[in-house]
Design a protein around this ligand. Structure first.
Ligand SMILES: [Mg+2]
Length: 291
């Protein structure tokens, strides 16, 4: 990469606006990132299929992290796709950190016998649409799961016995919005971010400055794993409860706040080098120079 900068970002409520899923407010800054060939690593609880669709809309051709750190995926031909540990994965190459969905579902089947839980794998696309508010196409992409099972429990509090049963099977449960998520124990965004940084670092042999942006508790491990953590406010302007060293708070929620604070960071860290004419075609990361 031309600039020693890697940006990891959550999607919903961070790069994408609440409700509308628009990234319009970040348009100018996204263009700047492209011009400076700075990798933007989408780091989400969304599935591989959902993120690929979004990368297309954003015009991105960078690695990404799917399903809360379940896997790191590389676009075809990306220089990192041949790193040790990367395997072919449904037309991509990736480093798998989570447990296979079939394993998660088998353990979920045991939970279903004891508790009133209902997972994505038990739902039709219509039901997923109804519970998530996603349109049909998006719901179908969300149903294509590799590592995690979102599920509903018909009460506000999930009984401790469910978490205990998951832990006994080597899994963990996290809460994300109205869904709980069953996934491999020790899997989180932070671990996947640290691994991605290590891979880039190994390839470029350059000290990389890392930035992370998120808005919710499942982003905290990612924010703890980067040099410049950024927290975005919710739609009502309040921030999730996080207090870590060097934390920055974006001035607005969603894409507008994202665009402003990333632009500021670029000014501070990278713009000088970009302006100095170091912005030739990227060759060390191997991403398409014409993205
Ligand atoms: Mg979010």
């Amino acid at each position: 990469m031309d600039l020693p900068l890697l940006i990891f970002t959550d999607l919903d409520g961070t790069l994408l606006d609440h409700q509308t899923y628009s990234f319009e407010g970040a348009g100018q800054t996204l263009r700047r990132l492209r011009e400076c060939s700075i990798p933007l690593i989408l780091t989400s609880s969304k599935t591989r299929a959902e993120i690929l669709k979004l990368q297309e809309r954003l015009g991105l051709n960078d690695p990404f992290i799917a399903e809360n750190g379940g896997g790191i995926f590389f676009p075809p031909g990306h220089a990192l796709s041949d790193v040790a540990g990367a395997i072919p994965f449904n037309g991509h190459r990736g480093v798998v950190l989570g447990k296979p969905y079939a394993v998660i579902r088998a353990i979920f089947a045991n939970l279903k016998r004891k508790f009133h839980v209902r997972g994505f794998g038990d739902m039709t696309v219509d039901e997923i649409m109804q519970h998530t508010g996603l349109n049909r196409e998006a719901a179908a992409l969300a149903a294509q799961r590799d590592f995690t099972e979102p599920f509903l429990f018909p009460a506000e509090e999930l009984p401790e016995e469910v978490e205990k049963a998951a832990a006994d099977a080597g899994l963990a449960v996290t809460r994300g919005g109205r869904f709980h998520h069953l996934m491999g124990a020790g899997q989180d965004k932070g671990r996947a971010v640290a691994e991605t940084v290590r891979l880039f670092q190994e390839k470029t042999r350059e000290q990389i400055i890392t930035v992370g942006l998120g808005d919710a508790p499942n982003d905290f491990s990612m924010l703890q794993a980067v040099a410049i953590p950024v927290l975005l406010p919710g739609p009502d302007g309040t921030f999730a409860d996080l207090d870590i060293h060097r934390l920055r708070r974006a001035p607005f929620p969603g894409s507008r706040g994202w665009g402003m604070i990333v632009a500021r960071i670029l000014d501070e860290v990278a713009q000088q080098r970009c302006d100095d004419g170091n912005a030739g075609p990227r060759n060390t990361t191997g991403s398409a120079p014409n993205r």
